[in-house]
Design a protein around this ligand. Structure first.
Ligand SMILES: [Zn+2]
Length: 138
């Protein structure tokens, strides 16, 4: 599917405080939380976003539930995650001829630390701002 669909904010927020962490459920292979995996090792999982707004939109996450990138990871764990983000970013840039890669770090009690390498496909400046705003979780 390449047609853009409007983001269903109400569905996203429904039960967000009581739902299990979707990353932990994905790591545990819960069928309802299936995501296409790009890479996995003992510490990290990389998977495609289920609701991508751009091609190659991936999430890079620790396999263990972590909520705060700066407090919940050791330096070694943090650097391992960043190394994979670097490698993934180079792959995505080559695959999609992306002008640049955007990386976000998000985390909460409902979802573990996420690093989202997002390729920017040479849009205009206005499109870049629009893409970013439309993708920003609320
Ligand atoms: Zn989790």
């Amino acid at each position: 599917m390449t047609e853009r669909q409007p983001f269903d904010l109400d569905a996203c927020l429904d039960g967000i405080g009581t739902r299990p962490c979707f990353i932990c459920r994905c790591v545990a292979n819960a069928p309802a939380f299936f995501h296409h995996r790009v890479y996995e090792d003992a510490e990290t999982i990389i998977f495609l976003s289920k609701y991508p707004t751009l091609q190659g939109y991936c999430l890079v996450c620790p396999c263990e539930h972590r909520e705060d990138l700066s407090h919940d990871l050791s330096k070694t764990e943090y650097l391992h995650l960043q190394e994979l983000v670097y490698i993934l970013s180079r792959v995505l840039k080559n695959m999609f001829n992306a002008q640049r890669i955007y990386i976000l770090s998000l985390g909460s009690r409902q979802a573990a630390v996420l690093l989202w390498p997002r390729p920017s496909l040479r849009p205009t400046r206005g499109q870049r701002v629009k893409n970013y705003v439309e993708e920003e979780p609320r």
